[in-house]
Design a protein around this ligand. Structure first.
Ligand code: MSP
Length: 505
């Protein structure tokens, strides 16, 4: 039986251009989605754009556009960028989709009926860029902790959601891992917050914000953009708001986010789901933040890096590999250009690319390696162990460890070539030569499958050179993982996979 695997990324602010931070989350989600498809799971991968809120209306006006025109234009840029980066999402949700808007309205109507929403007045310090209120404790030097500017004091009539009623149950579900938050540091952060502060009820409507979904029982108000945005995870899999008819993919196996939006996803979101009596996501994983060349990166401050430009320099496949290999997924790190160049040249150009070229050059005529009588046990064991560690790493979202396993196998093959010196064997021991080359071709097949979730097109190029592209894609993972059963009858050289790139610095 195929397992279902529902994975989500955050939906990106349509007001900003695609930036490398969002590309990082989305590429990671894509690698997982492809890995699970390779395992034979039924995958649904959701991403999209977050399109309501005052900031968007202000930018639209400044650009002489209606908010909707502005959203259409900017949302299309995300779709284009995700295309360039080979993101294989199953749906791209936009919060201005009328189906999504209807779902959110239905949600609020149900919460109102359950008496979990009530009218009141809110006064607080509001950051227009974050589109949220801050408590004085959360400020840094009296300013927004993310944007470092002053906040405005707002007082408005609005509706509240009884968030405070969910404090104890959230504590219980998070500590017991029934709602799993990873990595551990992020779980501790949320538990610390829930233990030390009393949850306040949440203002879920805004009078001042005109560009938003109309609040169902008060036409003067719009729905708070975060409540609207979070429900994309359900409307994106076609939920119409009926709690008796949940979509087949609910709940998600993994929700990937960056650590800046942890509280929205670890407190507000599960509380809303509990209020509706809906199952919670199984796992929430918050990855780290990266700086670029040592500088703090912030898209709303205009210092974001354009992922499409990086894809022009390195190629989209290589960029996917590089971004996920630089530092452990849950931690912060620096994305320096020189490290990208170094890693490209060491892992890809001198590593995988060089190995593929070496082996294919030695195996000029594939028909001789159609099969091998002697299976090298050492090779078989190595490949079994690489797959085992690779799968474990990807199940735990340790992309960098999975990549390290691939590099380890490349190193193993290079060492084997240097030891066996196959170029000498054609004269001295042609039978041994056949076996040596068979082991290497079979390893290239494994390497292309191991790299497939990270670099789908490069992986296909290797399979094409091995003459087994179409048949390999028909196999399930347990067939792929076997050693020694493939036949290589049509090996060809193919083109250089990873040409050397010189740093422009
Ligand atoms: N629209 C909200 C999410 C709503 S989800 C219901 C939002 N959008 S965002 O475009 O600002 O950010 C999207 C994602 O990009 C977040 O996961 C965020 O953590 C991630 N990143 C933004 N900058 C980043 C870095 N510098 N480094 C790593 N990831 C970063 O928040």
């Amino acid at each position: 039986m195929n397992n279902k695997f529902y994975i989500t990324t955050p939906i990106y602010y349509v007001n900003e251009k695609p930036h490398v931070g969002g590309a990082y989350t989305t590429i990671a989600a894509d690698v997982l989605a492809r890995f699970h498809r390779m395992k034979g799971d039924q995958v649904f991968f959701l991403t999209g754009t977050d399109e309501h809120g005052e900031k968007i209306a202000i930018s639209a006006e400044a650009n002489h556009k209606t908010p909707k025109e502005w959203c259409d234009e900017n949302s299309a840029k995300y779709e284009e960028a995700w295309d360039v980066l080979k993101i294989s999402h199953d749906n791209f949700i936009r919060t201005t989709d009328s189906k999504h808007e209807k779902t959110v309205v239905k949600v609020l109507e149900q919460l109102f009926k359950k008496k979990l929403i009530y009218p009141g007045t809110y006064q607080g310090l509001y950051c227009i860029d974050c589109e949220r209120y801050y408590t004085p404790k959360e400020l840094v030097d009296g300013k927004c902790p993310f944007h470092h500017h002053d906040l405005v004091t707002l007082s408005e009539d609005c509706y509240f959601f009884k968030l405070s009623a969910f404090q104890d149950i959230l504590l219980k579900l998070i500590s017991s891992n029934e709602f799993l938050i990873e990595p551990q540091e992020r779980k501790n952060e949320i538990l610390g917050f829930l233990k030390s502060e009393k949850l306040e009820d949440l203002a879920v409507s805004r009078k001042k914000v005109k560009w938003g979904i109309e609040f169902p029982f008060d036409k003067e108000q719009t729905i708070y953009v975060w409540v609207d945005a979070l429900f994309n995870y359900l409307s994106g899999i076609d939920w119409d708001g009926d709690i008796k008819k949940l979509p087949k993919f609910w709940p998600p196996e993994v929700q990937l986010i960056g650590k800046d939006i942890l509280r929205f996803h670890a407190v507000m979101w599960p509380a809303l789901l509990l209020a509706l009596e809906l199952p919670l996501p199984k796992k929430l994983f918050a990855h780290g933040f990266f700086t670029v060349n040592g500088q703090k990166m912030s898209k709303s401050l205009g210092t974001g890096v354009n992922p499409e430009e990086l894809a022009v320099t390195f190629g989209a496949d290589s960029l996917r590999w590089l971004l996920l290999s630089l530092f452990p997924f849950g931690q912060d790190g620096d994305l320096s250009e020189s490290r990208l160049y170094d890693k490209y040249n060491s892992d890809l150009s001198n590593g995988l690319g060089n190995l593929v070229r070496r082996v294919l050059t030695l195996a000029q005529d594939g028909s001789e390696f159609a099969s091998s009588k002697i299976i090298n046990v050492e090779f078989k064991e190595k490949i079994d162990s690489v797959w085992q560690k690779y799968e474990k790493a990807l199940d735990g979202l340790h992309f960098e460890t999975a990549i390290a396993q691939i590099n380890d196998l490349i190193f193993f093959c290079d060492k084997y070539i240097n030891q066996e010196e196959p170029w000498k064997l054609s004269k001295t021991d042609p039978d041994k030569l056949k076996n040596v080359l068979y082991n290497l071709l079979e390893s290239l097949r494994h390497l292309s499958c191991l790299t497939w979730p990270f670099m789908p097109d490069k992986s296909n190029l290797i399979l094409e050179s091995l003459g087994i592209l179409s048949q390999e894609h028909k196999k399930n993972l347990s067939e792929i993982k076997k050693f020694g059963e493939e036949k290589f009858e049509k090996v060809s050289q193919g083109k250089v996979l990873f040409p050397k790139i010189e740093s422009v610095e």
